[in-house]
Design a protein. Structure first.
Length: 304
């Protein structure tokens, strides 16, 4: 005699809303965390390239996330486009290999896809974290090719596992359950490697974009950065070109020294980062760091 069926209690509108909101909030939290991480990577690469300590600047969470929007737009579009192409191509291949009459061809495709995927992962994955990247050509291939190889290899391996686990049940022997578990474990590992390589590749791209934007900004003469007149209690020692100093003498005390020609490259809570207005290239940069402790005060002018 079967046990009586117990009906689930009806959900209230509040619990239904919370249940649906959980499906939205969880992916949203992950996306926000990724945006924050990539924004911090971009910010660190940008200001480090300009000889500024990013840890001093104290960016807000909103500011860091905003910095990531332009940095991740291109790689996200490329990943979505590449994923769509791979999905359509491999899906087409799966349809072509469907049916019991193509079982032999399907097994051969599984072996080739798995062998190619594992080979690419074995070659590319060590190069992500070791000196094996020196085997690749210099420049952007050495920078990004290992991650791309792992991404493509893991994708091929995942599809090989998919083909194996979606075979027609009648074409497999009953003892294949243990083998299926092994294939499923291998597919899970391939998905993990795919996720890791995608994350690593995007972090590399965002860091390179931060450095590139900083160098371009420097080569354009730091356009948009305000010019300041520095009034100091003591003489300033620096190597910046084009800075004019005026000594107003004892009657100008306490801020008797005036320096004209600096730009505010960055402002931290406890210090200023200044650079000459004559700096017109990335190589020609001498950053002056001044403490914000009452030793100096500044007049800020908009960049004309």
């Amino acid at each position: 005699m079967s046990a009586p069926h117990t009906a689930e209690p009806p959900r209230t509108p509040t619990s239904t809303f919370a249940h649906k909101a959980a499906f939205i909030a969880a992916p949203g939290t992950i996306a926000f965390a990724l945006l924050y991480y990539f924004g911090s990577v971009y910010t660190k690469a940008y200001y480090t390239t300009l000889s500024v300590l990013p840890e001093d600047l104290g960016f807000s969470v909103q500011g860091v996330v905003t910095n990531s929007s332009s940095a991740v737009f291109v790689p996200v579009c490329l990943l979505l486009g590449g994923g769509l192409i791979a999905f359509l191509a491999l899906g087409r291949l799966g349809l072509a290999l469907a049916g019991p009459g193509r079982a032999v061809l399907r097994q051969r495709a599984i072996r080739w896809l798995l062998a190619a995927g594992v080979a690419m992962v074995v070659v590319g994955f060590p190069a992500l974290f070791t000196n094996a990247a020196a085997l690749f050509p210099p420049g952007w291939p050495r920078r990004f090719l290992p991650a791309l190889m792992v991404i493509l290899g893991a994708t091929l391996a995942v599809f090989a596992v998919h083909l194996r686990l979606t075979e027609v049940p009648g074409a497999r022997v009953r003892q294949a359950r243990d083998a299926d578990r092994m294939w499923l474990a291998g597919g899970t590992l391939a998905i993990g490697l795919l996720t890791l390589s995608l994350f690593f590749g995007m972090a590399l791209y965002v860091a390179d974009m931060g450095r590139g934007d900083a160098m371009l900004h420097a080569d354009e003469g730091y356009e948009g950065i305000p010019i300041v007149v520095v009034h100091s209690r003591v003489p300033l020692t620096h190597h910046a070109r084009g800075i004019k100093r005026k000594d107003h003498g004892p009657q100008g005390a306490p801020y008797r020294y005036e320096y004209v020609g600096f730009r505010v490259l960055a402002k931290a809570p406890s210090r200023f980062y200044l650079i000459s207005h004559e700096a017109r290239s990335y190589r020609d940069r001498h950053v002056l760091m001044l403490p914000d402790d009452g030793t100096v005060w500044m007049e800020i002018y908009a960049d004309s």
